[in-house]
Design a protein around this ligand. Structure first.
Ligand code: IVH
Length: 698
């Protein structure tokens, strides 16, 4: 099946282009967020570039359809929350790319044309490695480091002065004679061996594993707790300047020499080149050394050496005309794919991994590669036994680029992605429009159970005193608690627990007493504790209010598995519950393993119906209401919150079950539908009178 996403740009009709541009803006924004703010990219560089290229190509074909929020107008997303913002004195630019020697020669010709120079004039260049890290700006006033910032979107970054101060490579004070104001820019990076050691430590401590040295550097630098940054092995190469109160040098090379003299580290592989051909020779030489360099680089930057020429050349669309990044080709190798294995993550995501005959790519022996997801396997038609081309492009985890179909063994079969979880056998489902298939047996699946149990006992869920994440993990390891119901049978293991380190008579008795207290639990807390995808506290409360008892909820969710059913219509008619949440809910209750776990748990508990206010002085308690049009005295959010505080259910659309429709100005079809169904219609004033002007604190 070909989807719109696969359709060539030339073949798109305008409405399809609109749809594609919308999809792309979302996909790129999400990828940017994961990359820059979470330091956890899910796309390879090549996949990401492909999205941006497609977006640009569609915009070029349909210029009028270009969106105001088009990613082509942005370099990178703005600062993450948590750090103060810093406006850069001069924008932090990006670099244009050259992908081959011809692109690089064209750069040289462009420079000459712009400066009106002939072929015989010497345009000296500096060639230096392009470090794969993240750029930072250091501001010195009167020789003291006063501010350090990330690049952010190039105009505005984050103030990470205290973090940058922890780097040994960054001088805190400069020798006499430096300009009063001096802003030095450069790249923060992590060495490959330091990165590997950090990941080992992280794995042992159960911390976050970084995908590559660049992400490790970014994640380590942008820590609100600077002690964490200080404990990470970050380094810095200086290569450029921002605001300066006086001229420093006549050439880039001279500037680098000054930086060295002032105590900054500059890259030792930088070379002065009389011609572009000499620069290309540096590119080849650095390329040869790449696999054995202690840090990742992704190209060589060529910069016009004379600063007066740099000034004349200026910049175009956020990149200087006087510099270009000549990128390295991703390193590739061929090997045999021995097997496709499915790993189940802590959130239940099924991720395919390629087990490979070990092969060297870019100086590293690899025996595993990520296959991303089901679609990716099918798109590339990757099969067990295939010869495949691997690529390592900056990322430590290599990618399978393509299959060498000519070498496909006879009798090979298309890969069938498992429909059930390889860890626990529960159904693995893939909601429409999503790429990831997930195991629905969260509460029993060994890959997920510990995380789920931790959530189960967390503060907003069962909140059992003395039973935190640490204890849950230990009980899980010892086999005492495998599923939630086991918690309530811990008393049977009193002696076993007593033998464990850290437990005494008193603490065990306290724990068992705390568990007893929680045998009585509110329905909303119980629903939340189940850890169903997308079901947070607010949704749990809505469900509890709407269904009242655990049995009613279970019956309804079971029935709602059929999306044609009335139960399903009722479910999605609850305001804020859309089809995606509904799917996660009904999938959860349809999975037999979950039903077992729930039966087992329910037998231990006494579940209290949701304590919705029902007193007669609350005339709207239990009523279903719909707001439509613009309200005069309050926003929609407040209206809804007030109604809910009084025990009403707020629905999104009008049906026979609606008790009141409250109409504001410019109400449209909902008011008409209410009329047609004979549902009482109230003005905003009438509604306020009915609820006694009920305020939120009622
Ligand atoms: S010069 C105005 N030199 O590459 C030009 N950039 O793709 C400023 N980078 O944002 C950049 N190594 O983070 C320059 N030797 C180097 C570099 C380098 C890495 C990064 C830098 C920049 C990005 C642009």
């Amino acid at each position: 099946m070909t989807t719109l996403a696969d359709k060539p740009v030339e073949a798109l009709a305008a409405p399809e282009a609109v749809e594609e541009l919308e999809r792309l803006v979302k996909a790129i924004a999400e990828a940017d967020r994961l990359y820059h703010q979470e330091d956890a990219p899910e796309l390879t560089d090549a996949e990401y570039d492909a999205l941006r290229r497609r977006n640009t190509a569609i915009e070029a074909r349909f210029p009028r359809l270009k969106r105001p929020d088009s990613p082509s107008d942005r370099v990178a997303p703005g600062p993450a929350e948590g750090f103060a913002k810093v406006r850069h004195s001069r924008p932090m630019l990006s670099l244009g790319n050259a992908f081959d020697a011809e692109d690089a020669r064209e750069f040289d010709r462009r420079v000459r044309r712009f400066l009106n120079l002939g072929d015989d004039d010497v345009v000296e260049l500096v060639a230096e490695p392009k470090i794969d890290g993240l750029s930072a700006a250091l501001r010195y006033e009167n020789g003291r480091l006063v501010q350090g910032a990330t690049r952010g979107d190039g105009t505005e970054g984050e103030n990470i002065t205290r973090n940058l101060e922890t780097l040994d490579d960054i001088p805190k004070t400069l020798p006499d004679g430096v300009p009063d104001v001096l802003e030095v820019r450069g790249e923060v990076y992590m060495r490959i061996d330091d990165f590997a050691a950090l990941n080992t430590r992280q794995a042992e401590a159960g911390g976050k594993i970084f995908a590559n040295p660049r992400n490790a550097a970014a994640g380590s630098l942008r820590q609100l707790d600077v002690r964490i940054t200080a404990s990470r092995p970050l380094k810095f190469f200086a290569y450029f300047w921002g605001e300066v109160s006086e001229d420093i040098a006549d050439t880039h090379w001279g500037f680098l020499e000054k930086l060295n003299a002032w105590g900054f580290v500059t890259n030792p592989l930088a070379r002065r080149c009389a011609t572009i051909e000499a620069a290309l020779a540096v590119y080849d030489e650095v390329g040869r050394q790449r696999a054995t360099l202690p840090y990742d680089i992704d190209g060589v930057v060529y910069k016009v050496n004379r600063l007066d020429w740099q000034a004349r050349l200026g910049m175009v669309s956020r990149a200087p005309r006087w510099a270009i990044a000549h990128k390295f080709k991703a390193e590739q190798a061929e090997t045999t794919l021995l097997a496709i294995e499915i790993q189940v993550g802590r959130t239940g995501a099924l991720t395919p991994v390629a087990r490979l005959e070990p092969v060297k790519v870019g100086g590293v022996v690899v025996s595993n590669a990520t296959l991303h997801n089901e679609d990716e396997i099918h798109r590339k038609d990757i099969r067990e036994g295939d010869r495949v081309i691997l690529q390592r492009a900056g990322d430590v985890i290599p990618q399978v680029v393509r299959v060498v179909t000519e070498k496909r063994p006879e009798g090979s079969r298309e890969y069938a992605f498992p429909q059930s979880c390889p860890e626990c056998g529960s159904d693995a489902v893939r909601p429409e429009g999503e790429v990831i298939r997930r195991c629905t047996g969260g509460l029993i699946c060994p890959a997920q159970a510990v995380e789920r149990l931790k959530h189960f006992v967390s503060r907003d869920a069962f909140d059992i005193e003395g039973l935190g994440a640490k204890q849950v993990e230990a009980f899980w390891r010892d086999g005492l608690v495998k599923r939630p119901g086991d918690i309530f049978r811990l008393a049977q293991h009193r002696d076993t627990i007593l033998e464990r380190e850290g437990w005494g008579e008193k603490s065990v008795d306290n724990l068992l007493a705390a568990i007893e207290v929680r045998r009585v639990i509110g329905l909303d807390r119980l629903i939340y504790a189940l850890g169903i995808r997308q079901v947070g506290q607010a949704t749990a409360r809505l469900l509890a209010a709407n269904y009242g008892t655990l049995d009613a909820l279970r019956v309804a969710m079971h029935a709602a598995h059929d999306s044609e059913s009335e139960a399903y219509a009722d479910l999605v008619n609850i305001d804020q519950i859309g089809s995606s949440v509904a799917q996660d809910l009904t999938d959860f209750f349809a999975e037999a393993h979950n039903t077992d776990v729930l039966d087992d748990l329910a037998a231990e508990l006494s579940v209290e119906a949701f304590a919705a206010p029902t007193a007669s002085d609350r005339p709207v308690a239990g009523k279903t209401v719909v707001f439509t049009g613009t309200l005069a005295t309050m926003g929609r959010g407040e209206a809804k919150a007030r109604a809910e505080a009084l025990g009403a259910k707020v629905a999104g659309s009008v049906s026979k079950k609606t008790d009141y429709v409250i109409v504001g100005a410019d109400a449209g079809s909902k008011a008409k539908k209410a009329e047609a169904l004979d549902v009482p219609i109230l003005s905003e004033e009438e509604w306020l009178t009915l609820i006694g002007n009920g305020s939120l604190t009622d």
